[in-house]
Design a protein around this ligand. Structure first.
Ligand code: FES
Length: 238
């Protein structure tokens, strides 16, 4: 089955932002990403967008479709309708068309030390680190983040404070703080308890609404707030 659809794309040529309309015949099952490739290959080769895996794994194709951040490769055109307004993600500067600058986003991610920290006698110890299913369950869902930036793009705290770490970085911080093998919780909590950290979150929770992997970054931030509060209380009574 084929149907005429209209892609209204927010473009940016480096100086000016403008809307451009593209009309074409989409077939049933065609994704927004396939539509973008169709335009690039058959109508306007200058259209810029990011994509890699085409299967919801790499996180690079996130764009706004009719106002909501989505993975273009996982969104079917017919599920949205006949007219699709496609824009770059918010809260990041636009480099070209649908391509945003994610340097700051990844710098914040890196800042929370998103890896297992082992110290003291355990540093470099090759022994196997076993976990019970319960210990795995404590962080597993949060390890599924693909860093697409959808949560960050709708976060009001990230929109108003450029130094706020944001929901994706906080999710990564929680994922490792909740891991029974990790020994870097104190170090990480110190990082996220500052003025750019967890206490900036107003619990708007839109980040959880738009996460394409249903990860609930808002829940991770609240869990980090609890860990941070316990750390503060402990430091008072020490
Ligand atoms: S292209 Fe990798 S998630 Fe869409």
């Amino acid at each position: 089955m084929e149907r005429e659809v209209l892609f209204r794309i927010r473009r940016f040529d480096g100086e000016h932002a403008y809307w451009q309309d593209f009309q074409f015949k989409a077939r049933k099952g065609m994704t927004v990403l396939e539509g973008l490739y169709h335009i690039k290959e058959s109508i306007d080769g200058s259209l810029s967008f990011r994509a890699s895996c085409r299967m919801g794994v790499c996180g690079s194709c996130a764009v706004k479709v009719n106002g909501r951040p989505r993975l273009a490769c996982e969104t079917q055109i017919f599920d949205i309708g006949d007219t699709l307004e496609i824009e770059p993600l918010d809260n990041m500067s636009v480099l070209r068309d649908l391509v945003v600058d994610m340097d700051g986003f990844f710098r914040k991610h890196e800042a929370v030390k998103p890896y297992l920290i082992r110290g003291g006698d355990n540093y470099g110890n090759p022994k196997e680190l076993m976990q019970t299913p319960k210990e795995l369950h404590a962080y597993y869902d949060f390890s599924l983040c693909i860093k697409c930036g959808a949560c960050y793009s709708v976060c009001p705290a990230s929109a108003t404070r450029s130094d706020y770490l944001g929901p994706a970085a906080m999710t990564a911080a929680y994922r490792f703080c909740a891991d029974s093998r990790d020994e870097g919780k104190d170090e990480r909590l110190r990082l996220v308890s500052g003025s750019e950290g967890v206490w900036r979150c107003h619990f708007n929770a839109e980040c959880s609404e738009v996460c394409p992997k249903n990860i609930e970054p808002a829940k991770a931030v609240q869990k980090m707030k609890l860990m941070s509060a316990i750390r503060i209380i402990k430091s008072i009574f020490r």
